[in-house]
Design a protein around this ligand. Structure first.
Ligand code: AHR
Length: 495
């Protein structure tokens, strides 16, 4: 396959918000417990209960923001159960996820500690579905009030003298479904009410995020923007990449090219969703003040055989790497409206960065994409134009190559490329328009010779990034050969 791509190195379109690289950690399966939190008494090396190996790996991703405690769990979570001496914390049933006991050992203090360790901004999702206005209001007071107040004093008794900084707060989750099965009109009114008591204390300024639509629930977006748009900073959107159907999902491994193609095509659907939700938001907010917050996205397959179906544990292959690359490119393109996204989820759940088994840990192909792409965070998106062949399968087709380019603050240009064809390489001529001379070009590639390629605890480095050298410079052009099913990052330092 041949293609030509123009990167306009002097045409800056706007900043790619680093929060597009956000993550999500829910009290679900082995994400929090075992994956992130093992407790101080665990033989697994930890820092105040947080796993050192997992935290160390995640630190390398420069995670800008972390959403917690759910998901569906958020609308059943009562934060007061998760503070104070651990032995006194309430044991409850995680009714939504696997019916297991939740001992509440990981609560507000532990979450902020995790964020500090990862240098990530906390994004807390409050309980609208089964919680009260008072409960939500007191949580914000507990976390952010500096001075004398019942909640601030309680926080101090529990060992935290100064308030934390909390910027991002979600008022409920999926309130059309697990968050209360509400109609948009009803939720819009509840949103207006609950957010009133999400106070800004001192100089802490909260960015309020309203629970948004599911997939193509355009009416939800319409009603929320119309009735409450002026009272929100962000509106969320959830969409998972599910080959097969929601009722009949497919496996994470053991798929064929038909499912590969279907997964790629469904990833590209995110572009249509953002375009159409944004068009509705534009009617009420033409200045694009309100951010579209895609705070749940990623692949959702059948759970790994032999694991608790309520734990949503799945393997992660080269296919997931390409799903991640395509989504991140789409989010970059919509940088004017998309202010944050949070892939679901960070550890051991759905499209995870890392998987753990007892004391062992592995990095997934998705992890490597996030690591390679972190240079795009807060960089200026550059205008690109691509003319590439299509990947045809069974009478259908999608573009074979996807590209995104950005300019970092130091002037370095980063170009990421995804070749979604599982069997064909792509020869791409890249024109770097506006760039007089290039000082140094380097590249990294994540590729494999097999669609199913993934890392296991026996073979944790089957899929890993490597140096990429399949390019040749011809003046302002770079002739690049992308291997089949690959993700490539080129870094170009100007003279
Ligand atoms: O990420 C798993 C679940 O998917 C979340 O809890 C929920 O919000 C969504 O339906």
């Amino acid at each position: 396959m041949k293609g030509s791509i123009i990167v306009n190195t002097d045409w800056e379109k706007g900043v790619i918000n680093k929060n597009i690289y956000g993550q999500f950690a829910e009290h679900l399966g082995r994400c929090i417990y075992e994956g992130l939190w093992v407790g101080q008494d665990s033989p697994i090396p930890n820092t105040d209960g947080i796993r050192n190996d997992v935290a160390g790996a995640l630190q390398k991703l420069n995670i800008p923001v972390l959403r917690w405690p759910g998901g569906c769990f958020a609308d059943e979570y009562h934060w007061k159960d998760g503070i104070g001496p651990k032995e006194n914390r309430k044991r409850m049933v995680n009714t939504h996820w696997g019916g297991v006991v939740e001992n509440n050992h990981f609560g507000t203090h532990e979450f902020f500690q995790l964020c500090e360790l990862l240098n990530a901004e906390p994004y807390i999702c409050g309980n609208v579905g089964s919680g009260t206005v008072q409960e939500m209001s007191e949580w914000v007071e507990y976390m952010t009030f500096d001075g004398e107040s019942p909640m601030a004093s309680w926080r101090q008794e529990n060992g935290r003298e100064k308030p934390w900084k909390l910027k991002y707060f979600g008022v409920g989750n999926e309130n059309w479904g697990c968050g209360g099965n509400m109609r948009p009109e009803y939720y819009a009114d509840l949103y207006r009410r609950y957010q009133t008591y999400v106070r800004n204390y001192g100089d802490n300024r909260i960015y309020r995020i309203a629970g948004g639509a599911n997939v193509d629930g355009y009416r939800w977006t319409e009603v929320l923007m119309r009735e409450a748009g002026h009272l929100m900073d962000g509106l969320s959107l959830h969409n998972y990449t599910v080959p097969g159907s929601w009722e009949e999902k497919r496996q994470a491994l053991g798929f064929d090219e038909a499912e590969w193609f279907e997964t790629m095509k469904k990833s590209l659907y995110m572009d249509e969703l953002i375009t159409r939700h944004s068009a509705i938001m534009d009617q009420y907010d033409p200045g694009k003040r309100v951010g579209l917050i895609v705070d749940e996205w990623g692949t959702w397959f059948l759970t790994e055989p032999g694991t608790n179906p309520g734990f949503l544990y799945q393997q992660n292959t080269m296919r997931d790497a390409l799903v991640a690359g395509l989504h991140l490119h789409i989010f970059h393109n919509h940088h004017d409206r998309v202010q944050m996204t949070n892939i679901a989820q960070m550890v051991n759940v759905l499209q995870a960065m890392v998987l753990t088994e007892g004391p062992a840990m592995l990095l997934t192909p998705t992890y490597h994409v996030f690591e390679m792409f972190k240079v795009h965070q807060d960089a200026q998106a550059l205008a690109t134009y691509a003319e590439v062949d299509r990947y045809e399968y069974d009478g259908d087709s999608i573009p074979q190559v996807s590209v995104s380019a950005s300019k970092a603050q130091d002037g370095c240009i980063h170009i990421s490329l995804c070749n979604v064809h599982p069997g064909e390489s792509a020869n791409v001529s890249l024109e770097l328009r506006g760039l007089e001379e290039m000082k140094k070009i380097s590249g990294t590639v994540l590729a494999s010779d097999e669609m199913q390629a993934h890392n296991t605890f026996d073979q944790p480095e089957r899929v890993k990034k490597e140096a990429f050298t399949s390019f040749q410079q011809q003046g302002q052009h770079l002739d690049v050969t992308l291997p089949p099913m690959s993700v490539v990052m080129l870094s170009i330092a100007p003279k």
